[in-house]
Design a protein. Structure first.
Length: 224
């Protein structure tokens, strides 16, 4: 397998990383076939509809969760609906990892993510995943932390980024689509504003952690 002698990065790793970033970026979400098949959300698909339930309201049961569910039972069915996205995303990330795509991300994206969020480049791919799926992004963040690839502070910063406007691409082009007819500006502008505030949220946590660290060092020094 050929390598770049200067960076020690496999070409297969570079290719797998680029393909994965495109796949999770959402740019092919509304593309015509066959390009739309190269999007995470489109491939994930939807559950089939069950049709109209026989009650007084004639409500439509969208999927196996049915309608009017409450309590632990409905919460359990909701958790089941999250499993396909998480399993699918973890499986794809594992393929990219085997092709050394995560090593490439570590080398190439660290100079970008370090100044922007204080995160290592290996978070780049899971960051793209979090833009499409809140749950898959959270699962990948946990895996990065469990594997020792990010520390506690980096996890907190990353969580701040993801928590603000979670699943940005998916939610913007699904729920947010209801507002598109009323917008008098290009659709990309609100998307960029939300993305900007995601970076702002991450850096607020970053500044807070820096302040707490300095405060702890000051208290430790005064105790001596």
């Amino acid at each position: 397998m050929s390598k770049n002698p200067e960076s020690g990065v496999r070409k297969t790793g570079v290719i797998s990383l680029i393909l994965a970033l495109l796949f999770f970026s959402g740019i092919f979400k509304n593309a015509p076939m066959p390009l739309s098949a190269f999007d995470f959300t489109n491939i994930l698909g939807t559950f089939g509809e069950l049709g109209y339930v026989s009650d007084d309201h004639g409500l439509l049961a969208k999927d196996f969760r049915g309608t009017n569910g409450v309590g632990v039972r409905d919460g359990f069915l909701f958790s089941l609906s999250l499993i396909p996205a998480i399993i699918f995303a973890l499986g794809l990330i594992k393929i990219v990892e085997d092709a050394e795509g995560l090593k490439v991300a570590q080398k190439l994206l660290t100079p970008l993510l370090r100044p922007l969020l204080g995160l290592p480049g290996i978070c780049g791919l899971s960051l793209m995943v979090s833009l499409q799926s809140v749950d898959a992004g959270a699962a990948l963040t946990k895996e990065l932390h469990d594997n020792g690839q990010i520390n506690n502070n980096e996890r907190l910063i990353y969580t701040g980024f993801q928590f603000s406007g979670g699943g940005l691409i998916t939610n913007y082009f699904s729920s947010g689509a209801a507002l598109f007819p009323f917008l008098h500006i290009p659709l990309i502008i609100p998307l960029l504003i939300v993305l900007l505030f995601k970076f702002l949220a991450g850096n607020i946590i970053r500044i807070l952690l820096l302040y707490l660290s300095q405060e702890s060092q000051t208290n430790s020094y005064s105790d001596k």
